[in-house]
Design a protein. Structure first.
Length: 89
């Protein structure tokens, strides 16, 4: 059960994230998701990796990822992932 609310300190959308064998450090964080000339906005790819540095959040949490953009002051949702459980210890 969650005892603290998680706080995202750093967040990046990537093409690929490769972890070291120890599973505790990153070897490759490719951050090159850009909108190509003539491509519609918002920029979306078939496959993207997400890296987030989170503090607090002790306990288990149900999370989901939502792709959204701000259009003339109104937040518009494009896609939402299925929820998944994360245990922050």
């Amino acid at each position: 059960m969650a005892t603290e609310t998680p706080v995202v300190r750093y967040f990046v959308v990537c093409d690929e994230i490769v972890k070291e064998e120890d599973g505790r450090s990153l070897r490759n964080l490719r951050h090159d998701i850009v909108r190509l000339p003539g491509q519609p906005f918002p920029c979306s790819r078939e496959r993207m990796a997400l890296y987030a540095l989170v503090t607090n959040g002790r306990g288990k949490h149900r999370l989901a990822v939502e792709l959204a953009f701000l259009d003339q002051g109104i937040e518009r949702s494009i896609k939402t992932s299925a929820t998944f459980e994360v245990d922050f210890g």
